[in-house]
Design a protein around this ligand. Sequence first.
Ligand SMILES: Cc1ncc(COP(=O)(O)O)c(C=O)c1O
Length: 374
Amino acid sequence: MAIDKVPFITLNRFENGFKENFLNDVTDLVNNTQFVGGPRVAELEERLSKKSGAKYVVGCANGTDAIQLALRATGVDRDEKVLIPDMTFWATFEAAVNVGATPITVDVNRETCHWDFETFKEAVDKINPKAAVMVHLYGWASPDTTKIRNYAKEKSVILIEDGAQCFGTKVDGKSVLGEALISTTSFYPAKVLGASGDAGAVFTNDEELAKTVRILGNHGRTDHYSHGLVGWNSRIGSYEALFLNHCLDHIDARLDSRREAVKFYNEQLAGLPLKVVTSSDNVDENGYSAVAMIDPNLRGDLIDTLKSKNVGFGTIYPGAMSLQSGADKYIGGKIDNSNADYISKAVLNLPCFAYITKEELQYVVDAVKSHFNK
Ligand SMILES: Cc1ncc(COP(=O)(O)O)c(C=O)c1O
């Protein structure tokens, strides 16, 4: 039967046997009452380490906590300046504020939607920040990632990499999460590696940093009732670890299917007044989001057509960080916001999820084409 709708996202495309295998292991977990910590969490951290190339991985409660743990572990303190991109999810801004630091937003490149080297360099030279949080948005990364890392090192700026959306992404052939000084991810269910609730992780090659992250996320514990630091409870539950371990069995197939979707949109929609953004030559994206850019004056009408044809869509994100009302009280300054503002008005995300079918992709493409060819 021909389809007549495509959701923006669905989480309900599990592999054959996935649910049954997971539920069997849940029974085992409940019988063993291994609810926090234990072998499921250790297995997850080990597998994440192998997959990302980072020597140490520490699971935590969510992706926002992961950034906060990374900021605290690297010594970012009260009132210290932290650069963040003006185009990101609000959690990046929140994380800086929640550790008591002062976020300063820096505009992104209009083409890549990420920081470019020149902008980053100018911001560092002007602000002299303690730290910067580089965000790998939409499933790709800045083509200048390595240059940005090197410059941060040269200037002793702590560079934290928010990889909530970039699990599986590579720059210059190397895992983004594994090559950072310290990087973070979110396992929010809609992510490419999504849990069945909230979870996150911190990645690093530095043993001391990994130790500090683990202590901070476990009530500052240096022993069961000895507290060498003031942290908080940001432990990952065993149930989420178990679910993620089952997802990791299929992660390559899930990533391939997402990447295929983005490629299909890119090929099929070429030449229309909307441009599907793909990653730069030195970046392998993970297919987290199918991002298109369209003249903001044309976006509303296209959205109306998509709605009339029951095609789900997103406008992620519809506002720059520096323009959020919640930023007023905390923002320590901003360096331009014109590109972030433009992107927020021009971005249109098309349906993209693991195992989206060829039929569904064709339905979306036909809907977009019919809009421009009418
Ligand atoms: C770029 C970015 N940073 C941080 C987060 C926060 O992750 P969480 O929702 O797991 O706290 C997200 C989640 O959507 C994100 O996309």
